[in-house]
Write a protein that binds this ligand. Structure first.
Ligand code: UDX
Ligand code: UDX
Ligand code: ADP
Length: 459
């Protein structure tokens, strides 16, 4: 079976870039990405490619090449479902904020709504592909809804988790370590294999059963997050013993059994996936009464929370136990560099902690809007929106944030921070001039020579 038309429901950080690359590499397949959010679709269709709703290096070129040729963005969900041979579900699955599993389980209401809509609309057989990260055995629920509420057509369910990392989405999609496809029906699996074979070598396309595929996605993220928490745990030990965490990372990373990647100590991991997926894993383990397993993975999250609050506490303690009324400049708000995504960013929690101590925070991030920053803080519900706006200022010129500051906190590892005119910045700051580097980004020697008092994680 050769796929001619693909529809993707959900035009977010996963659906948008993934479908753009599938369309780029399969010019003979018509790809339509749909979303309920009209503003988002309008932005995907904007003539000005710098205004795409997802910022990813290189994405503008991919969209520019395929859009209008065989890549389309639309809000007409029913039409796109009706016409497609293959439907990807790439809607958000946030952690539940209510009811059973609150704070841990994935909220599947958006997935279920999609399934019901597909079932109601489809008049011909469809292959339905889970792209969103989901708890194990969601495919079963999906199949049940489709079969029981549909018009008697056949649905084949595949699991095809996405492993791209934000900030490098386009290179990750162009050159994936592997593509994973789980399913029960050989023909449906082969149809999706062919889509990827347009650019991915066959030996990198792994096929498994549905449950293995669903679980592998959670486990991959859990292992990656675990590495970050492991090195962050060691960073605290380094600070009290005089070891340097970067030197430790290098020393252990050279062991081919350990590997060098994902050993960078930081103020804590963020992003939409790590925390959510581990919480999901913990929830599943608890559901089956595997408490030792659940406790083991839960520690990864607890250590991450500890790392964020430890960083905030370090700032307060160093500044003579009070930050009340002091101006603290935040360099970066995104959860990592080269993305405008702020979901679960450590910056949010560090800011919240400092605001509890009545600090004044001025934020500069090259890609994150003021609107988003206030939204992130308001969402915590720790204080009123008015209070957040009174205590936090967002600027578009970094030097404005740094001028007159008592301290600088580096929360995101944006490259541009390294090239700032640190001499001028030093002159404009209060003395002593503190820098708290949560990303080990800046040059200790240079800053200390200029007279800064410099602290970095794990040193
Ligand atoms: C992650 C997975 O890498 C990706 O495969 C999956 O599809 C989605 O989740 P993402 O969250 O986009 O991707 O970014 P990632 O590069 O994994 O970084 C996650 C967080 O960990 C960031 O906050 C990053 O700063 C932090 N991190 C990462 C560290 O603190 N140290 C490291 O060594 C690596
Ligand atoms: C270990 C370190 O590998 C070595 O670098 C250090 O110098 C001494 O400690 P060793 O204990 O001799 O070496 O053997 P190793 O191969 O690491 O195995 C340790 C245990 O882990 C064994 O019981 C092994 O069966 C078990 N193991 C190892 C697993 O169960 N699964 C694995 O994937 C790897
Ligand atoms: P991800 O990082 O998983 O891509 P996002 O939140 O960036 O998550 O994107 C998910 C998108 O899915 C959002 O733009 C949201 O509007 C869209 N969405 C959610 N439910 C539906 C639905 N039933 N139909 C169409 N789009 C939906």
């Amino acid at each position: 079976m050769k796929i001619k038309k693909i529809t993707c429901i959900g035009a977010g950080y996963v659906g948008g870039p993934t479908m753009s690359v599938i369309a780029q590499k399969n010019p003979n397949v018509e790809v339509t990405v749909v979303d309920l959010n009209e503003a988002r679709i309008a932005a995907w269709n904007d003539d000005d490619l710098s205004l795409l709703p997802v910022y990813e290096p290189g994405l503008d070129a991919v969209v520019g090449e395929a859009r209008g040729r065989n890549l389309f963005f639309s809000t007409d969900v029913d039409k796109a479902i009706d016409e497609a041979d293959m439907i990807f579900i790439s809607v958000n699955t946030p952690t539940k904020t209510y009811g059973k599993g609150k704070g841990q389980a994935a909220d599947l209401k958006y997935i279920e709504l999609c399934a019901r809509q597909i079932a109601a609309v489809a008049k011909s057989d469809k292959i339905v592909v889970e792209k969103s990260t989901l708890p194990v055995r969601t495919a079963e629920a999906l199949k049940s809804i489709l079969d029981n509420t549909g018009n008697g057509v056949n649905f084949h369910i595949l699991s095809n988790p996405e492993f791209l990392a934000e900030g490098t989405a386009v290179t990750d999609l162009h050159n994936p370590d592997r593509v994973l496809i789980g399913g029960e029906d050989a023909e449906a699996i082969e149809a999706l294999v062919q889509v990827y074979e347009a650019w991915v070598p066959r030996e990198r396309i792994l096929t498994t059963n549905l449950w293995s595929s669903e679980l592998s996605k959670l486990v991959a993220n859990a292992f990656l997050a675990q590495r970050v928490s492991s090195i962050n745990a060691i960073s605290e030990l380094c600070e009290v013993t005089g070891a340097n965490v970067d030197e430790v990372s290098r020393a252990i990373g050279q062991d081919s059994r350990i590997g060098a990647k994902f050993l960078k100590a930081s103020v804590g991991f963020g992003g939409s996936c790590f925390q959510k997926d581990i919480l999901n894993l913990v929830y599943i383990a608890r559901t089956y009464n595997l408490h030792a397993v659940a406790d083991y993975w839960e520690q990864v999250i607890l250590l991450n929370d500890h790392q964020k609050s430890r960083f905030a506490e370090k700032i307060i303690k160093t500044m003579y136990n009070t930050v009340n009324g002091k101006q603290i400049a935040f360099l970066g708000w995104a959860f990592k560099k080269d993305t405008n995504d702020t979901r679960e960013s450590a910056a949010i929690y560090v800011a919240d902690h400092l605001l509890e101590e009545e600090a004044n925070i001025i934020v500069y991030d090259p890609k994150v809007s003021a609107e988003q920053i206030y939204k992130d803080l308001d969402y915590l519900g720790t204080r009123s929106p008015e209070e957040n706006r009174r205590l936090v200022k967002v600027v578009t010129d970094p030097y404005e944030a740094l001028d007159g500051a008592h301290a600088i906190a580096v929360l995101t590892e944006w490259d541009e921070f390294k090239g700032y005119d640190w001499e001028t910045i030093k002159e404009g700051m209060k003395r002593p001039s503190f820098v708290f580097d949560g990303r080990k980004l800046l040059d200790r020697k240079q800053l200390e020579e200029l007279g800064f008092s410099y602290y970095a994680i794990g040193e």
